[in-house]
Design a protein around this ligand. Sequence first.
Ligand code: SF4
Length: 717
Amino acid sequence: MQATRSTCPYCGVGCGVVIESRGAQITGVRGDPDHPANFGRLCTKGQTLHLTAAAHLQPQLRALQPMRRAARDQPLLPVAWDVALDEVAQRFAQIAEESGPDALGLYLSGQLLTEDYYVFNKLAKGLLGTNNVDTNSRLCMSSAVAGYKQSLGADAPPNCYEDLDHAATVFITGSNMAWAHPVLFRRLEDARRANPAQRWIVADPRRTETAALADLHLQLLPGTDVVLYHALLHVMLWEGLTDPAFIAAHTTGFEALRDRVREFSPAVAAKTCGLKAEDIVQAARWIAGVQADGPRAPTLSLWCQGLNQSSSGTDKNSALINLHLATGQIGRPGAGPFSLTGQPNAMGGREVGGLANLLSAHRDLANPAHREEVAAFWGVQVVPAVRGKSAVQMFEAAAEGEIRALWIACTNPAQSLPNQAVVRRALQRAEFVVLQEAYTTTATAGYADLLLPASTWGEKEGTVTNSERRISRVRAAVPAPGQARADWAIAADVAQRLEKLRPPARWPGWQGETLFPYRSAEDVWNEHRESTRGRDLDITGLSYAQLEAAPQQWPLREGETTGAARLYADGVFPTPDGRARFVAPAWRNVAEPRDARYPVALNTGRLRDQWHGASRTGTLGRLFAHSPEPVLELHPQELARRRWLPGKLVRVASRRGALVLPVAPSEAVAPAQAFIAMHWGGEWLSGGGVNTLTSDSVCPTSHQPELKHAAVRLEPA
Ligand code: SF4
């Protein structure tokens, strides 16, 4: 038996695992006791990785060889790798020639490894000449990114997991952490056991498993988060709980914010949010942490998609960060605004610039100096200046015929993007759809003209970055089955072909034969880490050899031996004047409020034992024991009022589509609201699952869609 240390491929906690294997078979998995993210713990999804890996070796599930469709009404048939790669290069070169490179779109995934992301990003922006490269991280963290950059100056969660142990108050807002980040939640439970005085406030429209364990549950109405945060600051100002010295020394913009929150009294906010005024006052006092007999008690905020997946996601993030800046609750143990990453490598993807508005090493596409730095580093004359299309825009453009070819890797947009009618129109209208995938069973595979088989967890090498900026190695325990290959290698092979068809204008003095000379994931890593020199996430001191010894947090500069556990301890922020910025957003309601025709607020989210579209977790019976089938969750009062019994089939309709599914009573869901889990699609629920209903309204700053709210109506089916 062989043991290989690696990282769980599911959520952003980034737990270390030890993969047990015999020959080409993964036989077991256990938590890595030495990994600082989990110290040996795993949740149900992590514990069953070896079983889902075995299930995926079944040929009917797994993409084992390149497959090509001669016409849309024909089946996918095997084709040689060389033929497939040549076709991608030729079709992409031809379309770029005819319609310009912005007629191409690359749609990637927060589950790709950093090395995969790096090559794809360089291929699009450095070689093809388009910034149309975006990822499903746009659906996940882009509002947190925009909020951090707007308020603190950089896309950098300032905390570490150890802060859970030090916090006196934990403010969990817009996250069902007990299900979505289970191992980290266990750590939080341990922290409260060790310190029974630790207080939890949970703000969530649902009474989730997390909310049920809180000292104070603020069950606010969907979309009213900014009102709540402004009201909390209003109370802090009224009661003298802010930190004027910190505000004066380390921030700008407080006066405008103070004027903004004046109207958000607890009484006014209580009415808008559907809360009790005294609960808002209590929460403000706990979060401020002022103590009569000692220093301010530390408060840690934890949040995820409840804030991010919103048409005002960036405002919500900044309004929450305001509370930490106003009270100096940042940069010290147990204090700070700590965004939880949804996917395993959404963070690593951003580090290499893998979004339509970013460039390598947290550089900004809109900054001409950054474009020039990256062009010189890559050895090309220019990086195009026009912002690329973000996820929703990319599929809208394909539906309109503006984008003619799509290359999709490691994600399933025909289930996961909102407003599926448009997404499916896009996939039908695009002239050439390349899908790079480990599985043949995703809804998107039905639209692929070319299916390129990719290796997956347990079979590939690279790195990922978790929520606390910690980079861990992902290692191959077994060879990839069939002809499956690493994602970065497929992208590099296409790139080398494209270089011959459309030779790029080279940076003066650039000597190499190819811009993509990689023979291993480590070669890609070494280029990426050099690109970070002098940047906020400088990892020039971090080699694969060092990562073999232990996962590390960034930054870790050349000559350093450990990374930074916590940022901004010195009160200096990565803004031009070194000060954090208060932002004073006005409150905007959800994009599609309830009305007489669509009177119910639909919320979406995760289940405990499933992951995304369930292409991996959905292969294992035991992971259905917790939630066996798709249901529409409604409050028992709603069922009683409508005289519906549990299990009754109900038609749920939004302005974009309709689904039929059984109804289930749930005390977690407030009256006039409903909940459907995001995982069901394909064989479990017709069409694109819940995203048949969801809205593609996006936050104007982050471009993250409002997956957490749609107005729907319910009728007997
Ligand atoms: Fe994997 Fe997340 Fe569970 Fe850890 S908490 S085992 S990273 S799914």
